[in-house]
Design a protein around this ligand. Structure first.
Ligand SMILES: *Cc1c(COP(=O)(O)O)cnc(C)c1O
Length: 321
């Protein structure tokens, strides 16, 4: 949030206008409220070119900044960065992309035309759930100087321990991102035919509504480690989370240990009560998928007695034992 604030608050002044996503990270609305208090006009639109272009259009030529988050957290919608950046630049607006979910290995917003790439390093970039960190990158040295000046004034500067933890993590970034992205696709595929699941989303699934645009701008088959889906209701979702053995019921995402949460518990996202945001970790894919399928069976009351569960792969992995 320090990195996001450094871009928004170093760039926007009283009387400026900006377009931000209505379905972005859950603290964006609080920041938008503050911007409004400072006299900035903000229009919000859901992630996706049509609505975002319409919002740009509606604000007219005075628009200073277009903020994108793609894939969006937690809905996993995707927008075409190049197309939106071209439209914004034609109106004289700068473009910033929150690249948290993709990581720089999965998507390079500056190469797609953005002026700023911003991300939380708390998630997949550092990947161990042990550091709070964020960063901003930009091409234009003048913009970089403005962000630095803001950072210095406000003091959102990482300590040496945080910097050291992040640096340690970069050595395994590609290993983690590749493994977690591949397992996320495998998990999404395993969930496709579950009757109790609706709204299954992962940009790497060929049938996902985001896949076409995601495949055109994301890199190396790295569509992120988050899979989202909806269970019938709050109680069903809670039974599922309790039944998981390899997966912690915890927020955040991108860590080497899988986590899942009922996103509605925070109240900040427009999601159904049974909505699960699942972050795929670096565990053995077969272990993880059999744990998830077993927990789904348990939550539906259809689980087989211990030892005869076909999803446990004849106990060869030891995961269900
Ligand atoms: C988590 C997250 C943030 C905020 O990151 P912090 O490091 O917790 O401040 C911002 N944007 C997105 C998309 C996120 O997932």
């Amino acid at each position: 949030m320090g990195a996001i604030s450094a871009v928004l608050l170093s760039q926007l002044r009283q009387g400026d206008a900006a377009v931000l996503p209505s379905d972005g990270y859950q603290l964006l609305p609080a920041l938008i409220e503050r911007l409004a208090g400072y006299g900035v006009t903000v229009r919000t639109a859901p992630t996706g070119e049509d609505a975002q272009l319409a919002a740009l259009e509606a604000l007219g030529d005075g628009t200073k900044l277009l903020w994108l988050e793609t894939p969006s957290n937690p809905g996993l919608d995707v927008c075409d960065i190049r197309r939106l950046a071209d439209a914004a630049h034609a109106r004289g607006a700068l473009v910033a992309v929150d690249n948290t979910l993709a990581t720089p290995l999965g998507q390079r917003p500056l190469e797609l035309g953005a002026d700023f790439a911003v991300a939380s390093g708390t998630k997949a970039l550092t990947g161990h759930g042990d550091v709070l960190l964020g960063y901003v990158t930009c091409r234009d040295p003048r913009l970089a100087a403005e962000v630095r000046a803001w950072r210095k004034t406000v003091g959102a500067i990482p300590g040496p321990m945080e910097a050291w933890l992040a640096h340690r993590s970069l050595a395994t970034l590609q290993l983690r991102v590749d493994r977690q992205a591949a397992t996320a696709v495998a998990l999404a595929e395993a969930l496709r035919d579950r009757p109790e699941i609706t709204g299954l989303r992962h940009p790497g699934l060929p049938t996902d509504p985001s896949h076409r645009v995601a495949a055109g701008q994301m890199r190396g088959g790295r569509f992120g480690c988050v899979v989202s889906f909806t269970l019938p209701d709050k109680e069903h979702a809670e039974r599922f989370l309790t039944a998981l053995r390899l997966v912690d019921d915890a927020t955040s995402f991108g860590g080497v240990r899988s986590t899942a949460e009922r996103r509605g518990r925070w109240g900040g996202d427009a999601v159904p009560e049974g909505f699960i945001r699942f972050s795929v970790g670096a565990e053995d894919a077969e272990d993880l998928i059999s744990d998830v399928l077993r927990a789904l069976d348990a939550a539906s009351g259809t689980d087989a007695p211990t030892g005869t569960d076909p999803a446990s792969g004849a106990a060869s992995t030891g995961a269900g034992g």
